[in-house]
Design a protein around this ligand. Structure first.
Ligand SMILES: [Zn+2]
Length: 325
């Protein structure tokens, strides 16, 4: 297993300080490791308030064994007895969390009670920084340095509130029954993310992955349409932060009128595939938002082909397909 970061399955931040540091040579980086004396200076001045990120706990996804505690490097948690546990990017043989996040969650024995957390929209939005190693510098440039401060310190209040909100939403979602009616979909929250190369085009996807088995369309004419946010630049560039913040407002605005099935970021445009039986109300709610100019597209976009041909059937492997008009 090569160099990699593992991400807390509650708060989305890495469970180590390791990151790439640019050198004076172009296109050349060193790796800063928190686990060893290093000649590479970190890009950020880590202090005691950042130490919490390196204290990890590994939970059994199936409630078969007790939590293990230790440090994580390159996808492995080494527990106090020296035994390694494979956690990969965060969820494999064990689900890895910061010890501080696990304590905020009431020290659960297994991951079952928190399993919804890494599928929350706010968690998935953290993916902009979740590269092979975490993009600490970009997070700080985006004005989110407060998220790196230990949640149990007074200075970590903003981070604590962020984690408490994720925790509350994860618990709310865990209590929900399996979605059976299309009209119940807006109240749920379950997202996945994917980076895609399709027909020589690169794009970033976030999509709902809880289209439940035997979904009841209630005899209503659910239709899908596109919401387009044109902008200049690359879909994963730092300037898209404003669009991501707008996306959270967009999701709130269309609840409970519609379900955003998927979001796709590509060069110069972000698109949302929206699914509703109340198109006009939905458009009004979106137009009332402050933010970038929004375009609506009611034609069956050939651009959504990837979703319907690849993502959706993949979901349908676990769930029945939603009918589309
Ligand atoms: Zn955490």
């Amino acid at each position: 297993m090569g160099v990699m970061a593992s991400y807390c399955q509650l708060c989305g931040l890495p469970v180590q300080h390791d990151h790439y540091v640019a050198t004076e040579r172009p296109d050349s980086w060193n790796i800063y490791r928190s686990s060893e004396p290093s000649f590479t200076r970190p890009a950020l001045p880590f202090g005691p308030e950042h130490g919490w990120m390196t204290e990890a706990v590994g939970l059994d996804p199936y409630e078969d064994s007790d939590p293990v505690f230790g440090k994580v490097e390159d996808g492995h948690l080494e527990d106090e007895s020296g035994e390694p546990h494979f956690v990969c990017h965060g969820l494999e043989d064990r689900a890895v969390l910061h010890k501080a996040c696990w304590e905020m969650a009431g020290q659960p024995r297994s991951f079952q009670t928190l399993a919804a957390a890494p599928r929350l929209h706010d968690w998935v939005l953290m993916s902009r920084y979740q590269e092979q190693l975490f993009e600490f510098e970009q997070l700080v440039k985006d004005g989110r340095a407060a998220w790196l401060i230990a949640p149990n310190l007074p200075a970590g209040a903003e981070n604590r509130q962020r984690i408490e909100a994720l925790l509350a939403e994860a618990r709310r979602v865990a209590e929900l029954p399996p979605v059976m009616k299309a009209s119940d979909l807006p109240a749920t929250n379950s997202w996945a993310r994917e980076e895609v190369n399709y027909q020589d085009k690169h794009s970033f996807w976030r999509y709902r992955d809880n289209l439940a088995r035997g979904l009841d369309l209630e005899g209503r004419a659910w239709v899908n349409f596109g919401i387009c946010l044109p902008f200049e630049g690359l879909a994963d560039g730092p300037h898209t932060l404003g669009l991501e913040l707008f996306e959270s407002k967009l999701l709130q605005a269309v609840r409970p009128l519609a379900v955003i099935l998927a979001c796709r970021g590509k060069v110069n445009q972000w698109d949302y595939l929206c699914y509703t039986d109340r198109v006009e109300e939905c458009e009004r709610a979106i137009r009332a938002l402050e933010g970038p100019a929004v375009e609506f597209d009611h034609a069956a976009q050939p651009d959504w082909e990837f979703y319907w041909k690849h993502i959706h059937p993949h979901l349908a492997g676990r769930y029945e397909e939603v009918e589309t008009v």
